[in-house]
Design a protein around this ligand. Structure first.
Ligand SMILES: *[C@@H]1O[C@H](CO)[C@@H](O)[C@H](O)[C@H]1NC(C)=O
Ligand SMILES: *[C@@H]1O[C@H](CO)[C@@H](O)[C@H](O)[C@H]1NC(C)=O
Ligand SMILES: *[C@@H]1O[C@H](CO)[C@@H](O)[C@H](O)[C@H]1NC(C)=O
Ligand SMILES: *[C@@H]1O[C@H](CO)[C@@H](O)[C@H](O)[C@H]1NC(C)=O
Length: 836
């Protein structure tokens, strides 16, 4: 229903071409990304609030961009709040109002800069002379394929004459599989389309510069080399310039976002730009790898990715490749990065040319695969900016990602009909485990998985051969558990607090769910030092995912807030049975916390393709399962098992003291499991042996019994006191929890990172105060507000509940900083450093 038909006339004045939005000018204007219902035209809406309408927000249905001269407040949000207030006071009628059409609004803020993920290790002598026989073979192949590129013989990742440890790609080229008809898009700091090594493969239509708002993503800043180097790895032309790309007949486009101020809206536009023509998006960047950051893409970006996997590439879904991250030396883990731990992205880590772990490459349960990069005597040799320029210095996980991108281009040449999930399946099935020490363990699918190396190293020949006969998987289904309310203190040290959810066969049948691919686990943990925490998930098949690991530099004072972890380690499991999550507080110190709640999501293949519907867009559907929480039971148990995720590999040469952790024993001794109704708090007391006010003296339960037993009556008195203190503390935490979403200033990335990485640092800037709100998108994705968590004080939003997305936003305003965006989206101005 049109509310103000007369305003339709205004829309005639707005001529929005199908192409680009007018260039943004963040110095003079504020921009609003708004999702409107169909009850109003964008022009009508603009007229109502005296905004200018810029145009639709890319491929996102119903989303529009409006602007207004720069102003301190949020015009849209304020108007919405005002309307709500007036409605509560019954100042206005209940009739329709133009603002009712707002399903989601976000005033755009400049994002902190992403980090490029290249690390250039100190130069080392290259190991081993070429083997004559291999050298001869390499030259024969080059001759047959007429590869005359001057640095081809240095491109060891394509054909390693020393060890034959390489991508195994040349056999495919000999079959004519070179990436024809496939386009990869490098989302980065530009792409030198005038380079002799790229210009013949450059695809202008798939390219755009979101920093300078011009059509071509030409590198303009002195350090805008990264994207061009990545592009060369994928698609450098077979000619007389530099080397060749893995898929040297593919098309290559560039979207420039890393070289200037952007907002969530810009990134949302960039990340599925020309989603029918760009097949694969290559992303070698992400939130800071400083061991202290926990950031996820904002909801608009998440929507863009969902849109791309559902509708891009003719409905087969675009392929996203993300570099795992270079923060391993700072204890960073790719599960603290909402891009790499998205189910829609393929996370690619790095190995050195000798198949060892380079000190920088992050581990996590969301990592699918690894491939070659810098680290053991050489780096990646590729195209550089300039007419005919090469570099021998490309590295980090930044350089690993594009090799996977090139490989997937080869796969798509052979099988353009494969879906984004088929590509992930093929990766799981054909990646090659190798000799490097790691926590390799057989999965239910019979594959070996390691948190450090994913399913192993990418083998181009193997994945393409398998792709030729691959049977497409059925559409995606999902099963979500209710929120499991735990609300118990986490014991410190090598203990853990476990909570179990049992998935039944019937639940999965009802969800049309056949077998697991990804699992995600969203959780809330209150804690005064985030870096002390770790989280494990044990599947019904007894595979342990180390979802989160302790981080020495992460002093953040608020635990996990609706953070979503992901694991690919359960790929192929049935999913039926007990899923156990164990939260640990690994350090015995003054920092303590409470495991509040969690929600498990299984994602995988459906049973019956005919009835399976696509996932609704995140945040736009109302499938609240709040009510289910009251009936679910959480079994909490104290366990006594080692705390460390088995990290691996040799010490990096520059970190001689970095411990090599032992793999934990896999036998968990569950002590006295008790059942507690989830809703029974506060009558239940923590199930660790004694309430937390008691020291455990770091001794076994038996010894504790002896100590405390002999203290007899004193114990009884103390137990009473302890319980009282515990409950008082719980209450305080609950009351404080709404204020806990905004925390401390994060200083700019540590200089020690530079020292570790031995690389150049870009301009350093002070990052401003940030609202930490990780994982919002996943939460919204679930169609789940946090209201059930704090239901006792959520009544102020009760008056206006006709749209879920809206509720979240409404709630956010009450809390100051809980808007529907990630912490990243809400970061204020000022660039952090960019690394090259
Ligand atoms: C509407 O916005 C324009 C600038 O975009 C401003 O010049 C004008 O005064 C505004 N009108 C009202 C009624 O606020
Ligand atoms: C490329 O795509 C076109 C149109 O889809 C098709 O006709 C052609 O055979 C393809 N070429 C290759 C080499 O796959
Ligand atoms: C290398 O690739 C070829 C296809 O080009 C494949 O047949 C072969 O099995 C691969 N080698 C290994 C060791 O996987
Ligand atoms: C949840 O419970 C409330 C009242 O207890 C009811 O009105 C509502 O329909 C329920 N929602 C669902 C999804 O079952």
């Amino acid at each position: 229903m049109r509310v103000f038909p007369i305003c339709n006339l205004l829309s005639l004045a707005v001529t929005v071409t199908a192409g680009h939005l007018p260039p943004r000018n963040y110095a003079t204007h504020d921009y609003y990304a708004i999702h409107l219902s169909e009850s109003i035209s964008p022009a009508e809406f603009a007229a109502h609030l005296n905004l200018s309408y810029d145009g639709p927000l890319g491929a996102l249905d119903g989303h529009h961009v409006f602007k207004a001269p720069k102003h301190d407040n949020d015009i849209v949000e304020d108007a919405v709040q005002d309307l709500m207030r007036r409605r509560r006071k019954r100042d206005v009628g209940v009739g329709p109002h133009p603002l009712d059409s707002v399903k989601y609004t976000q005033k755009q803020k400049i994002k902190p800069r992403h980090w490029k993920r290249s690390v250039i290790p100190p130069p080392q002598p290259r190991t081993g002379p070429p083997v004559t026989e291999a050298l001869t073979q390499q030259r024969e192949i080059a001759k047959k394929l007429q590869i005359g590129d001057p640095i081809f013989e240095d491109q060891w990742h394509l054909f390693n004459t020393g060890t034959r440890k390489d991508l195994n790609v040349t056999g495919l080229w000999l079959q004519g599989i070179t990436g024809k008809n496939v386009t990869a898009c490098i989302v980065d700091d530009g792409l030198d389309m005038d380079s002799d090594d790229l210009k013949d493969n450059f695809f202008a239509k798939g390219s755009y510069d979101f920093n300078d708002h011009v059509d071509l993503p030409k590198p303009r800043l002195v350090d805008d080399r990264h994207g061009t180097r990545c592009a060369g790895e994928v698609s450098a032309v077979k000619n007389d310039a530099c080397g060749v790309g893995v898929a040297y007949d593919s098309k290559i486009s560039g979207v420039r976002i890393l070289s200037g101020d952007i907002t969530d809206m810009d990134e949302a536009l960039a990340i599925n730009y020309q989603l029918q023509d760009n097949d694969i998006y290559s992303c070698s960047w992400g939130p800071p790898d400083d061991g202290r950051t926990m950031q996820a893409p904002g909801i608009l970006i998440e929507k863009s990715m969902v849109k791309a996997v559902q509708e891009g590439r003719g409905g087969k879904g675009n392929i996203y490749v993300f570099a795992a991250g270079n923060g391993a030396a700072s204890d960073d883990n790719c599960n603290f990065d909402g891009y790499t731990n998205s189910i829609y992205s393929i996370t690619v880590g790095a190995i050195g040319m000798d198949d060892t772990h380079p000190y920088y490459s992050e581990a996590c349960s969301a990592q699918l695969v690894v491939t070659y990069s810098s680290g053991a005597g050489d780096s990646i040799h590729t195209t550089d900016i300039g007419v005919n320029k090469c570099t021998s210095q490309h590295g980090g996980t930044s350089a690993a990602g594009p090799l996977a991108v090139g490989t997937y281009a080869l796969v798509l040449q052979v099988r353009p009909d494969l879906s984004w999930r088929d590509i992930q399946w093929l990766t799981v099935m054909t990646a090659v485990p190798f000799g490097a020490p790691g926590d390799w363990e057989k999965t239910s699918l019979g594959r070996s998985f390691s948190h450090q190396f994913g399913y192993g190293k990418l083998n181009a020949g193997a994945i393409v051969e398998a792709a030729k006969t691959w049977k497409n998987v059925k559409p995606q289904a999902w099963f979500w558990s209710p929120w499991m309310h735990v609300r118990k203190e986490i014991p410190q040290g090598d203990q853990g607090l476990a909570s179990v959810f049992e998935v039944t066969e019937k639940m999965l049948q009802d969800a049309n769910f056949e077998r697991v691919e990804h699992i995600t686990l969203t959780m809330n943990v209150e804690h005064t030092r985030r870096g002390d925490l770790s989280v494990e998930l044990i599947s019904p098949d007894k595979y342990t995912s180390y979802l989160s690991t302790a981080r020495k530099d992460d002093d953040y004072a608020a635990g996990y807030v609706d953070w979503t972890f992901m694991s690919v380690a359960h790929w192929g499991e049935k999913g039926v049975g007990k899923w156990t999550v164990i939260v640990k507080d690994t350090k015995v110190n003054q920092h303590t916390g409470i495991f509040t709640d969690w929600k498990l999501r299984l994602w995988g293949e459906c049973i019956d393709a005919a009835v399976q519907k696509p996932l609704p867009m995140p945040g736009e559907h109302d499938d609240d399962d709040h009510n289910a929480t009251t009936t679910a039971t959480a079994h909490t148990t104290s366990v006594s098992i080692p705390t460390e995720m088995p990290t691996v590999t040799a010490n990096p040469s520059d970190h001689p003291n970095r411990p090599v952790n032992q793999k934990p024993t896999t036998t968990h001794s569950f002590n006295s499991p008790t059942t507690a109704a989830a809703s029974s708090f506060p009558s239940s007391i923590p199930e660790n042996f004694l309430p937390s006010p008691f020291p455990t003296f770091g001794v076994s339960k038996r010894t504790q019994v002896w100590i405390y037993g002999s203290l007899g009556l004193i114990l009884v008195f103390c137990a009473g006191l302890g319980t009282y203190l515990y409950l008082a503390r719980r209450k305080r935490l609950r009351n404080d929890s709404r204020n806990a979403y905004e925390f401390e200033v994060l200083d700019d990335a540590g200089d020690e990172y530079d020292a570790h990485a031995g690389m150049l640092s870009g301009a350093a800037g002070k990052r401003g105060k940030r609202a930490k709100r990780g994982g919002e998108l996943y939460d919204a994705f679930a169609g789940e507000s946090d209201q059930d968590l704090f239901s006792d004080d959520g009544d102020d939003v009760g008056a206006y509940r006709d749209d879920r997305d809206y509720d979240e936003k409404a709630e956010s305003t009450d809390e100051g900083h809980r808007s529907g965006e990630s912490e990243e989206g809400s970061g204020s101005g000022s660039s952090s450093r960019v690394r090259q």
